[in-house]
Design a protein around this ligand. Sequence first.
Ligand code: GLU
Length: 897
Amino acid sequence: MLIKCLPLILFSCALGFPKRVHIGGLFDDGEEIQRTFETSVKSVNKERFKNAELANVFLVAKSNQVVTDTFEVFLKVCELMGTGIAAIFGPQNVVTSEHVQSICDTMEMPHIYARWEPMQIRGKGINLYPHAETLSVIFDLLITDFEWKSFGILYENTDSLIRTHRLLERWDARGHTIFLYHLGSGPSYRKVMREIKDAEIENIIIDSSIEILAEVLKQAQQVGIMSEKNKIIVTSLDFQTLDLEPYQFSGVNFTGVRLIDPNNNIVQNIVRMHKNEWGLTDPSQLRVEPALMYDAVQLFARAFKRLKDAIHGDVKQLSCNGSLSWEHGYSLSNFMRLSEMEGLTGLIKFDTAGFRSDFQLDVLRLAEDGLKKIGMWNSTNSIEWQPESEPPKSDMEFSLQNKTFIVLIAISHPYGMLKESADMMTGNDRYEGFGIDIIQELSKMLGFNYTFEVQADNVYGSYSKSLRRWTGMLGKIMADEAHLAITDLTITSEREAAVDFTMPFMNLGISILYRKPTKTPPSLFSFLSPFSAGVWWYLIGSYISVSLLLFTIGRICPAEWNNPYPCIEEPEELENQFTFKNSLWFTIGSIMQQGSEIAPIGLSTRMMATSWWFFCLIMVSSYTANLAAFLTVETVVSPFSNVEELANKKTIKYGAKVGGSTLMFFKNYAHVKESNYTVYKDMFDTMMANAEDVLPPDNDSGLKKVLREEYAFLMESSSIEYITERHCNVTQIGGLLDAKGYGIAMKKYSPYRHALNTAVLKLQQSGLITELKTKWWTQKRGGGKCREDGGQSQAEELDLDNVGGVFLVLTVGVALSFFYTIIELLWDIIATSRRENVSFKEELIAEIKFIVKCNSSPKPVRRRKGSSNRSREDSTRGCTPPYGFIPTIRTTSSDDK
Ligand code: GLU
């Protein structure tokens, strides 16, 4: 049997691979990669008895430090080839690596490396580094998920631009705005960073090699682009190896991506085994390229085992001058591409194109307790975000029960005030007010304890460019010196970016506080006020025209022609009481409510007189009624009635609380908003030009200025309401310039926000906040002092619209009487013409001639000669004493006795 097998054994020994397989390593990039290469070889050799995948594989590492000189590298490769090796690992340098690649291609020698390569081509060497294109996908996805519309890329070299080319492609004229900033040659990158800061670019992608990344981040923080308002993404897969503690508490939103998961068991085991050789204390310090080199050797060993199992081949000593190649080289490369294993860099697997596939990248966010995994990308089309990276948490999770909060308040009436008491008080008992009550109610509802702390300087908080931080109460919240802040603290977009607010517990807007308008001194002609000028002119016109019409109608109306006093039997002429003078007198007598002795007799004149009297009745009563109101109401005058008029008034100064949201509102118009409406911008410039004088430190100082000077204080309507309840000589002028609210501030992403929000909403819904407002605004501390009892109605002058109907009645009456007098005249002419036996026409002409002869008042009685046809009525016609009714003359005889 042995004899039978011996030739086979001898044959396999003769043709089989040697027991020790040599592999060459070329290293030009420090010792880290060389070290992992050598430890990986040692680990394979150790494992060959335990691990079936590595059974009987014994590697001998021929590692060499090389420079970046191509010729020298060429000589080294030839030397290695001459000794009979199975593969070449490295180097890292692009130029020399490509040179090594071409030699290996010629000799069909497997070339294995691990470096970022922009133009990786299929079929050449084996690169364990994830493909450049695949890597750029993840940054593109990050930008999409973060919804960055505008961002800047701070880059080191052209490789950076290749790495971020997908992001650059996002640019379009109306959508994404992308700013590119080249880091420069260093060592100071601050100049370009300052440009980013001045351009107010908040979203920044930093692409630099790990060698300078620490310095770049340090300088970025110094310049101030690593603050709470910035969002940073770093593209280096090694960023987790840096000391990020200095940025942990800066509030910066810092995101990065890692290939090596330090919490992975394989990683932890390998690092634990080699930590002394590698000089690492923690798996998170392991960089990608050395780790990939470790994995490369492991993968090679497994592939070699498979080759050895499949083929009985041998390594070959090759000469660079010859034309020989290693016939098993490509098979070995193919076995490597087909192998799969779990390594330091996750799953090592290649796709059909020969590029690494199915690897996983973790998305990390820098939090106060270090780097946190917030998402994961696994060669898919989207990032899987971890549920715990989503901000909202349930109330149960973040119960406020028995927690103690430091609550910042400010002494600002009525939100926070010192209690007025003769007793010595301590702790929270010292304070009272609207804000204090709200916190009390919230604590009852949520079960937390609190300690009030007063903001002594009354600064609520704004971003200070010079200090490069938030000031006041908000600064303290951000620096963790307090948990909550409550006062008349307005929610603004700038503040919302720095801290979190609850829902607004009160709504308000900017308005103007100014002295109450002064009363006008009574005018000499105030008796004219009840009617507008138009009505007065119409009244005069009516008086004149009615008088003239009365005169005319009186002349036309036959009944107005009377036998003059004393009555004679056969009067030669008749008299008319409506002479021109009498007509004027009659109308003025009625309007003055005095009457006259003239009494109209004819139906038409009476009709006219009636309508005139009715007109007078209504006009006089309206005048009297309105006069009473005018004499009691005082008219007030204000120098301005809105903000535009205030802006145009050069004699009145105006201002707002320094550093407050009101001033911010005007500042925004001056610096941010592009608008044709320049009033607010001009107002801001004016305020800033006299800042010392017109910008008081708090509302109380503003009020004092209003009371003492020609000064209008721009403040919030809720505070104006509070002041006008107590100071009766100031008032709100004009409407609201904007609409906003007060909220309780807390640290950004505070876990208590949701619970506090819900509680504030509940307080609002229960009506408690309204009750508290009534208490602190109108009841406590002198509220309601200036409330006027009963609304005082303002009298307004009567316009033509109010009394137009009276004029109409007068006009209709006048028209009717005119019409009627014509009928009367015609009737009389017909009667006369019959009686006197004259033609109607003749009599009509005679009458008209007389009427138009205005100067002759007595009217001659026309009687034809020989006419005896006189009626009784005619002989006694109109025998009246001047201006009176016809007396009844009774003739009595002595027989009657
Ligand atoms: N409520 C303002 C603020 O939160 C202060 C008062 C004002 O600016 O009118 O800054």
